[in-house]
Design a protein around this ligand. Structure first.
Ligand code: DX5
Ligand code: ZN
Length: 216
């Protein structure tokens, strides 16, 4: 069984609350909240106030915040206050990694570190013993609906091996182009959390799409 974290970037923002409720009712364990600053990635999505509203309406959901921003340290406390359960930020960001992890923890959130497709997974090694989650991007961050990059699979395998070898406790998450075809490959390679945007919200039957990914 995989944990499913639907990316609400692909939801209908006019009906965001009900769309989130629908995927939670379908069995999604998390809501993946993609924050983009127009600087770290060439796109802008949503920020603190939208999360605050969602958290107010759906206080029991697990908010898996993915900060695709240059300065996560500056915003960690604000996202925590708005309701983030876990804060993912990028190893390629411009802030100090240790300081940012400490700030996330101090704000009462779980920690996640993320790598872009061009970053070797071994670069995560110094941080693995203190992470709640590791996120492997299987597309270039910035947009939903892109094609899955199979190079992510070896990274997932490496993370699974390191986890087993060293007794680490992080969850292994994959994000980008995950669907009914690529999802099984990810799970086979070691992914425990599947982020899926278009494969869920653009599906004819989003409830069935969540259930099918969960069953992997
Ligand atoms: C991409 C985002 C993803 C995106 C996934 O920058 O981090 O979470 O929403 O969308 P799909 O599943 O459509 O590739
Ligand atoms: Zn994401």
């Amino acid at each position: 069984m995989a944990i499913v974290s639907p990316s609400i970037l692909s939801a209908d923002f006019c009906h965001l609350g009900p769309q989130c409720q629908m995927v939670l009712d379908a069995g999604a364990e998390m809501l993946h909240y993609d924050v983009m600053d127009g600087h770290f990635v060439p796109n802008i999505s949503f920020g603190v106030p939208v999360l605050q509203s969602l958290h107010k309406g759906l206080p029991h959901a697990f908010y898996d915040a993915h900060l695709m921003i240059s300065h996560p340290l500056q915003y960690a406390a604000a996202f925590a206050k708005a309701g983030a359960t876990l804060i993912n930020f990028h190893l390629e960001c411009e802030d100090d990694i240790a300081e940012t992890l400490a700030a996330i923890r101090a704000a009462g959130c779980k920690t996640g570190l993320t790598i872009k497709p061009g970053t070797p997974v071994q670069a995560l090694a110094p941080w693995l013993d203190q992470l709640d989650l590791v996120l492997v991007m299987s597309v270039e961050p910035g947009f939903g609906g892109q094609k899955f990059m199979p190079s992510a699979l070896d990274k997932l395998r490496w993370l699974k091996e390191e986890k087993q070898k060293n007794g680490y406790t992080y969850l292994i998450e994959v994000d980008g182009g995950v669907d009914a075809v690529t999802g099984p490959l990810c799970v086979e390679a070691g992914a425990e959390v599947l982020v899926a945007g278009s494969a869920v919200f653009a599906a004819a039957d989003p409830v069935a799409a969540v259930q099918a990914l969960k069953a992997l």
